[in-house]
Ligand binder design. Structure first.
Ligand code: SF4
Ligand code: SF4
Length: 91
């Protein structure tokens, strides 16, 4: 992408009003091979522990969330943000 990953705002957001932790067996955590999610014990909660590990424009884990609790920013918005960062870098 030509810009530092940490500046790209692409990662899952968890709607905690919907997330039921898959009744103790978080499917998104199992599914993602990049260690983005972590399970916190006290209190029990799904955390987005490593947002920068999320593959930019991947949304695959949404498919395994039966509670529809995962969301991502609008792709066009994020593309525009990346473009802006690139322009700033080249100035
Ligand atoms: S798959 Fe959905 S409901 Fe299950 S732990 Fe992840 S966000 Fe929560
Ligand atoms: S969108 Fe892809 S890379 Fe990001 S957390 Fe979900 S499965 Fe992992």
């Amino acid at each position: 992408m030509g810009v530092p990953r940490s500046k790209i705002p692409w990662y899952p957001t968890v709607d905690y009003a919907r997330c039921n932790l898959c009744e103790g067996d978080p499917q998104c955590l199992k599914f993602c091979p990049h260690g983005v999610y972590a399970f916190e014990e006290d209190p029990k909660k799904l955390a987005v522990k490593n947002p920068d590990n999320c593959v930019v424009f991947c949304r695959s884990c949404r498919k395994v969330c039966a509670a529809d609790a995962l969301s991502f920013r609008d792709k066009a918005e994020v593309l525009a943000a990346i473009q802006k960062l690139r322009e700033e870098k080249n100035q």
